[in-house]
Ligand binder design. Structure first.
Ligand code: ADP
Ligand code: CIR
Length: 360
């Protein structure tokens, strides 16, 4: 039974959103009165309500999207809300569409030659993917014991990696000094703390318990444990050699997947907490200097949108650009293969560099 308190918050939240003139989130657009009425009394088996899905976007009116799924079932139980948001975010992924089988493009890595061999534009390249451990819900439904068990299991698996390039150490957030943590964040290796979008989604409970980072010596292969998703598997390095970055990610992902079953949905692919990450979960990005073509912001945004690229600031989502360096990545993650997601970034960035060079 959904409590009166939750119903009241839902009614008020829906009205607040619809009355917020400046709010441009996908939640606002699709959280209609009809969706509210048809879904406010529903609960997932684990107790997730519509409020769990919408509360981040209700609290943060500057959200781009505004929704999270408390557990896997929420994507189907609250499909009235999630489906139109998924459709709009992922370039027209319909309820009848299905995520293709995984294809990381092992055989096509040779096609991904260095995007910037002279090192003039690209500061660094990163590809990440997310994974959920089968059998566990997402953050809002995890217990403190779940966090501890998941972390212990991942520490064993990650520190068991013996590959010479990838082997490394797991560093729990619990007990990490503020200096080390701050430096890792500033250097783009570690997730930030107290993200207000995650906070409002009830995703930061028991922090820092169960959260941490694994990385190899070079910090080119990293795994985040229990931040937004159970796992974020990351490959990154200076420069524009996308092929090398992808090759390392594939190697690491395979080693982890051998030891750990991940949650996959027949239609939505790899499951994640945020619907923007479903499917491939792949975000391939470069940090890139494009002073000329980014001078006209409106024009720059238009060009990127046309190429299905997303622009972020230098310290990740919701941050600003610094010294004209932008984070450019594929936006769509669902309804295409992993290789195609990387390729969207690759082809788009190649074109951006050509445009930058052509501009006198
Ligand atoms: P996510 O990639 O998980 O969606 P963010 O956008 O918050 O999350 O980025 C996480 C971190 O990764 C941030 O510190 C960001 O600066 C860093 N990052 C993203 N892309 C690159 C890149 N190409 N090179 C270096 N750091 C990057
Ligand atoms: C927002 O809605 O802005 C946050 N909840 C983050 C959504 C993820 N954004 C994205 O574009 N991948």
């Amino acid at each position: 039974q959904v409590s009166q308190e939750v119903i009241k918050k839902l009614d008020e939240g829906q009205a607040k959103l619809q009355g917020a003139a400046d709010c441009k989130s996908l939640l606002k657009k699709h959280f209609t009165k009809a969706v509210l009425q048809a879904n406010k009394w529903k609960k997932t088996k684990l107790g997730g309500t519509l409020l769990d899905c919408v509360q981040s976007g209700v609290e943060n009116l500057d959200s781009g999207v505004g929704v999270y799924a408390p557990d896997a079932e929420a994507y189907t139980l609250f499909a009235d809300l999630f489906n139109p948001i998924i459709d709009e975010y992922h370039n027209g992924f319909k309820p009848s569409d299905k995520q293709p089988d995984m294809d990381l493009g092992e055989k096509k890595i040779g096609d991904l030659v260095d995007l910037d061999p002279e090192g003039k534009f690209i500061v660094s390249t990163r590809i990440r993917c997310g994974r959920s451990l089968a059998g566990y819900p997402f953050n809002p439904c995890l217990t403190e014991l779940n966090y501890k068990n998941m972390e212990a299991r991942m520490k064993t698996i990650l520190e068991g990696i013996s590959d010479a390039d990838l082997k490394g150490t797991y560093y729990p957030l619990t007990g990490m000094s503020k200096e080390v943590q701050t430096q890792l964040i500033a250097d783009h290796f570690l997730f930030k703390e107290g993200d207000r979008f995650l906070q409002a989604a009830n995703a930061n409970r028991f922090w820092p318990t169960g959260r941490g980072i694994f990385h190899n010596e070079e910090k080119s292969f990293l795994v985040w444990v229990n931040e937004e998703d159970h796992l974020r598997i990351i490959s990154m390095q200076p420069g524009g050699n996308v092929g090398q970055v992808l090759e390392r990610l594939i190697k690491g992902l395979k080693l982890i997947a051998e030891k750990s079953p991940f949650a996959r949905h027949p239609r939505l692919g790899w499951l994640t907490f945020c619907p923007t990450n479903l499917g491939t979960t792949v975000r391939a990005s470069v940090h890139i200097k494009l002073p000329k073509i980014s001078a006209n912001k409106e024009e720059f945004e238009k060009v990127c949108e046309e190429m299905k690229l997303q622009i972020r600031g230098i310290h990740g989502e919701h941050s600003e650009s610094d010294a004209g360096v932008y984070d450019i990545s594929n936006k769509q993650r669902l309804g295409l293969t992993e290789y195609e997601a990387v390729r969207q970034m690759y082809d788009g960035v190649k074109k951006l560099i050509e445009l930058e060079k052509a501009k006198a």
